[in-house]
Design a protein around this ligand. Structure first.
Ligand code: ADP
Length: 295
């Protein structure tokens, strides 16, 4: 069975529910991708999640949630540690997010990482700009060198830059780290709007070109409701996203796209076919509320 290893931070989610109560859930960009990959590819792809958690009951419940979702946790346990948390506030129908993640054990996920576990040539290791953002600089360098070593053995490394300026000390540090991430990636999954904002790309072609120059052989440039751009080697093509009659909540649009896209590649599909599956899944996800939408 082909393997997809997602790397990053899963958090506790508190989402507003009836009567001033909050519903507890679990989410986080790379975890959302793992969750959707298990949902859409669980029969053909072994999906695991590399992270670090604490040794408290809420860390246990998070790992139980992963296992029952079909995502195999590969989690270092940090004594006295715990997981990160975010809370969604609703004001006039608009959602805003507050985070408590500075003490999250996930920030230590690469501290003692020697190599990526259980992967063989052709398997995919997936990480994001958020994975890089939460790590202290030394651990970030360690993760990147472990990914580069895996890539040298034929493991395909996939990277979603997922630019989040709020998680970085400044834009320059963010852009430098994202460029370092891009240099270890075979498969790049940027979103055009973010890349244009922070790297000054004038078109999705320019975004694809930048990631291809950094070394990616496959680049899928997502573009919200606009056409996606696929670049394989030097060939480019465009793909229309699936039409959505009512966009309810775009949370995890990109994460779910990545899941179906990577599952497609692992199943031997051409990039265009895999991207089409990604767009179809993202269309369903944005038609309902929440990061993890039961399909
Ligand atoms: P991210 O969530 O990473 O910012 P995008 O907003 O570019 O990524 O969306 C990822 C994918 O989700 C798009 O490539 C597209 O397939 C789908 N998508 C997002 N917004 C829409 C929309 N309004 N209508 C149809 N598809 C959409």
């Amino acid at each position: 069975m082909n393997r997809l290893l997602c790397i990053g931070e899963c958090m506790i989610e508190f989402a507003p529910a009836e009567g001033g109560l909050f519903a507890k859930g679990y989410a986080g960009d790379t975890f959302n991708t793992a969750w959707y990959a298990a949902r859409t590819g669980g029969e053909t792809v072994d999906v695991s999640y590399l992270t670090a958690v604490g040794d408290d009951p809420v860390s246990d419940s998070m790992l139980d949630f992963m296992s029952t979702s079909g995502v195999r946790p590969i989690a270092a346990r940090r004594a006295g540690g715990t997981v990160g948390l975010y809370l969604i506030s609703l004001r006039d129908g608009e959602r805003s997010f507050s985070y408590w993640r500075s003490a999250s054990a996930a920030r230590t996920l690469a501290d003692d990482l020697e190599a990526l576990p259980d992967l063989a040539p052709g398997d995919i290791a997936y990480f994001s700009g958020i994975t890089l953002a939460i790590l202290p600089p030394g651990s970030r360098a360690r993760l990147l060198s472990v990914l580069a070593a895996a890539r040298a053995k034929g493991i395909r490394v996939a990277f979603d830059p997922n630019l989040r300026p709020r998680l970085w000390p400044d834009t320059e540090t963010m852009c430098t780290a994202i460029a370092e991430g891009a240099r270890v990636a075979d498969i790049a999954l940027p979103s055009f709007e973010d890349e244009a904002d922070h790297f000054g790309d004038g078109s999705p072609e320019a975004t694809a070109e930048r990631y291809a120059r950094a070394g990616a052989s496959v680049v899928a440039v997502k573009n919200g409701p606009g056409d996606m751009l696929l670049r394989e080697g030097t060939r480019t093509s465009t793909l229309q996203p699936t039409a959505v009659s009512e966009v309810v909540d775009t949370t995890a649009a990109g994460d779910s796209f990545n899941a179906a896209f990577l599952v497609g590649l692992l199943n031997g599909e051409q990039a265009a076919e895999a991207a089409d599956a990604g767009a179809r899944l993202a269309a369903r996800v944005i038609g309902a509320r929440g990061a993890l939408v039961e399909l």
